[in-house]
Design a protein around this ligand. Structure first.
Ligand code: TXA
Ligand code: MG
Length: 326
């Protein structure tokens, strides 16, 4: 299959109506979208991504000022906390997990009684969602376990030839997957840290608990978001591992290290802006991974980012991407 790349919303809509897959830009990362109400089309998402069937998809909704109606299109129950969050942060990098309505196919939710819902804040994605008469199921548009794509080229690099169309919306503004909030024991809990800071959620709801990574959600696997090259998180001790400056890549927050060749280092935000760092994170990981392959770098070493704002989610992703000896 030849994968086309463009900004033709009409063509993307026609393909989705025919049950094809289209990669779509969102403010967080690119998604691999199908008609969420078409079980067969959604099954192809799992095939193309090589995603295990126990890892459910996020359903993307058209933007509307009536969040309650939007939620009610797929959710059977809408707790107060969820409506409050939707009103405060939608469209935006926040996903809500709520009891599902029967019209959402089993394959989308991996058979769970809940569905993950999000209203993305991206003009092209929204034009597409307004154009089609159904919501779009979309996980991140990468093979299962790999780093999420934040440009159309990233999608092509990994899924080119396997999907019909990539809707090119440029570089993703947030750069990290959405924050996911669900309910446990009648209270909201954070199932995944992401593109909406914990502080902002807590400003709206008061103190929140984070679900433990194992129990959080079916897809919150411990090892995930990984480059091919071994990555050490919160560890710049390459010498202690017997490596020379020429053999390593570095992922740093604000400033490079003098002893490692400059082109083997990715500095995510010279000005110390965690939003900028988040925006640059996945592309930087991909560049270091590619450099490791072409130049024989042995490992990537990373700093720990400040545990505030998007720094929390950056640390979460790097921790999951990090190397664990078998
Ligand atoms: O920003 C994002 O969230 C992007 C864009 C495309 O919207 N999507 C995304 O999807 O990152 P991804 O690949 O992370 O997959 C969705 C995740 C699952 O791995 C799982 O952790 C969670 O959403 N999820 C989906 N449905 C769920 C449910 N019913 N209960 C708990 N977690 C759920
Ligand atoms: Mg993903």
């Amino acid at each position: 299959m030849h994968t086309q790349v463009g900004i033709d919303v009409e063509q993307a809509a026609l393909l989705l109506e025919q049950g094809e897959l289209v990669a779509i830009p969102t403010e967080t990362v690119y998604g691999l979208a199908a008609n969420a109400l078409n079980a067969q089309a959604c099954a192809r998402i799992f095939e193309v991504k090589n995603r295990p069937s126990f890892d459910p998809l996020i359903v993307h909704l058209a933007a509307s000022s009536d969040c309650e109606a939007a939620l009610a299109s797929c959710a059977r129950v809408i707790p107060d906390w969820a409506l409050k969050l939707a009103r405060a942060f939608w469209p935006g990098p926040l996903t809500l997990v709520l009891p599902r309505k029967p019209l959402v196919p089993d394959i989308v939710t991996s058979g769970l009684d809940t569905v993950a819902l999000r209203m993305p804040a991206h003009t092209l994605a929204q034009r597409l969602l307004e154009r089609v008469p159904f919501p779009l199921a979309a996980p991140s548009a990468n093979p299962f376990g790999f780093v999420s794509p934040t440009t159309a080229q990233h999608v092509l690099d990994q899924l080119g030839g396997r999907i019909a169309y990539v809707l090119d919306g440029g570089s993703c503004r947030v750069g990290l997957e959405s924050t996911i909030v669900g309910e446990q024991g009648g209270r909201p809990v954070v199932l995944r840290l992401g593109g909406l800071g914990l502080e902002e959620l807590e400003n709206a709801l008061g103190p929140l608990t984070l679900a433990t990574s194992s129990g959080a959600s079916p897809g919150s696997l411990e090892s995930h978001y990984a480059p091919r090259t071994p990555l050490y998180f919160d560890d710049l001790g390459y010498r202690a591992r017997g490596l020379s400056p020429e053999q390593v890549g570095l992922l740093l927050f604000r400033a490079p290290l003098s002893e490692v060749p400059p082109d083997q280092q990715e500095v995510l935000s010279m000005s110390g802006d965690l939003n900028e760092a988040a925006r640059n994170l996945f592309a930087a990981l991909r560049r270091l991974d590619a450099l490791a392959a072409s130049r024989g770098l042995r490992a990537i070493f990373t700093q720990k980012f400040p545990e505030r704002g998007l720094g929390r989610a950056i640390n979460d992703r790097l921790r999951r991407a990090s190397f664990r000896p078998a």
